[in-house]
Design a protein. Structure first.
Length: 143
């Protein structure tokens, strides 16, 4: 498996990965697929932190980070997700590879329905004065 930054040529495959990874019912596109497209279109997707997992040259997974906000601070926080893996490759190590990027400390989610799926980790630039409610990029509030 190879993990690399996404390129413009990967965008359709990324959309397909999230469509399949989060599909709940036939014929209905899950919100995660257009969410990535919206983050990209609105300039909130952090290109250097939008990664694809490849197996035999095929995009099988995607994880991205987007601009976020911590209280009134619009510069120091990032949101991780969505993270999607094609169903045929789930449990084959792609999530472990994303975990190796260092995300972990649990906090309270902006939406209680997200429960245990929402996690946060302080980064090396963290200062104890950085506090407040976590808020994802605007596209997240439209899903």
């Amino acid at each position: 498996m190879l993990i690399r930054r996404e390129t413009a040529a990967d965008q359709a495959a990324i959309h397909a990965v999230h469509s399949e990874a989060f599909r709940r019912e036939a014929g209905v596109t899950p919100v995660e697929a257009p969410l990535v497209d919206e983050l990209r279109a609105e300039g909130d997707l952090i290109n250097a932190l939008s990664l694809v997992a490849l197996h035999d040259g095929e995009v099988i997974g995607h994880v991205c980070c987007s601009r976020a906000r911590l209280g009134e601070d619009k510069k120091t926080a990032v949101g991780l997700g969505p993270l999607g893996v094609l169903p045929a490759h789930q449990t084959s190590g792609v999530h472990a590879a994303a975990d190796a990027l260092g995300h972990g400390l649990s906090i309270t989610a902006p939406d209680p329905r997200w429960g245990r799926y929402f996690q946060a980790r302080t980064l090396s630039a963290y200062e104890p004065t950085q506090a407040g409610a976590f808020e994802y990029a605007p596209a997240f509030s439209r899903i």
